[in-house]
Write a protein that binds this ligand. Structure first.
Ligand SMILES: Nc1ncnc2c1ncn2[C@@H]1O[C@H](COP(=O)(O)OP(=O)(O)OP(=O)(O)O)[C@@H](O)[C@H]1O
Length: 255
């Protein structure tokens, strides 16, 4: 579990995060949503330890990041997996090489141990015949699977995903969402996803944090977001007529 307590982050005069308090539960897909510029990326970078909040604390299963030694912080960061927007694979490395990279960097495992683990995670993300291919030779959806395999290869306790569905068609996006949710539950990972995808909100939003102007405007589940009267949330989530109709039908069905 990650506990965030009143964090503030500024850049010069710009006060970007203005006191956010929340928790992200283990074994759940936790989503951060909000308009462009609301502070989602800065928030996820604070969770990754890439930015240090000036005020407030972030603790990871009871360990407060800023109270750890440099070595302990490094160890904690090795427990974090990251799926970057656009996958961020190394173009010059094969699929297998990309997934093996963190093991080569951070462990002293033998080549055959590493290969076994790579084979296991690639199989887990349903990529069996792609080991020797290069990123440019596989589809965007397959690239995401490789990025997920690379993010979980070190058995992370925490998984962060920045816009995991960007650039994917709706059907592939659903498959990737489902994969992230399955992996989160199967390995009991605390997963935090920064997303603009309303389908993800509805389908895998076990906990949703809505940021507005650097503050937590609302939090709840995907069931509760259907019913909320919070105007900022409804204007954002139901900005399209289709979603407005879906919400209306859902409310009528339940009355
Ligand atoms: N390194 C930085 N230096 C100065 N200002 C920054 C920095 N990073 C982010 N900001 C500012 O913080 C604010 C929030 O940015 P952030 O990227 O977190 O928004 P976001 O919600 O992720 O937006 P989007 O959905 O478009 O990615 C913006 O006004 C941005 O200009």
């Amino acid at each position: 579990m990650i506990a965030v307590n009143d964090i503030h982050k500024s850049f010069g005069e710009a006060h970007v995060l203005k006191g956010i308090t929340t928790t992200f539960d283990q074994g759940k897909t936790n989503l951060i949503i909000g308009q462009s510029g609301s502070g989602k990326t800065v928030f996820i970078k604070c969770l990754l330890g890439l930015f240090t909040p000036e005020i407030g604390t972030i603790s990871y299963d009871g360990k407060v990041y800023t109270e750890l030694s440099a070595d302990q912080q490094r160890e904690l960061r090795q427990e974090m997996g990251m799926v970057f927007q656009g996958s961020a694979l190394f173009d010059s490395m094969s699929v297998s090489g990309n997934v093996m990279f963190p093991l080569e960097m951070f462990t002293k495992q033998s080549k055959s141990e590493m290969q076994d683990r790579v084979d296991f995670v690639l199989k887990r993300v349903n990529l069996v015949d792609a080991h020797h291919k290069f990123p440019s030779e596989i589809s965007g959806g397959m690239q995401k699977r490789v990025a997920i395999a690379r993010a979980i290869v070190m058995h992370p306790k925490y998984l962060f995903c920045d816009e995991p569905n960007s650039g994917l068609d709706p059907k592939t996006a659903i498959l990737i969402d489902n994969l992230i949710q399955e992996i989160t539950e199967e390995y009991d990972i605390t997963t935090v996803i920064n997303t603009h995808d309303m389908n993800s909100v509805m389908e895998i939003g076990k906990k949703i944090i809505f940021l507005k102007d650097g503050l937590k405007e609302w939090e709840g589940t995907n069931k509760e977001i259907f019913k909320t009267d919070n105007e900022a949330v409804t204007n954002f989530v139901y900005s399209s007529d289709l979603f407005k109709k879906v919400r209306q039908m859902y409310i009528e069905e339940r009355n």
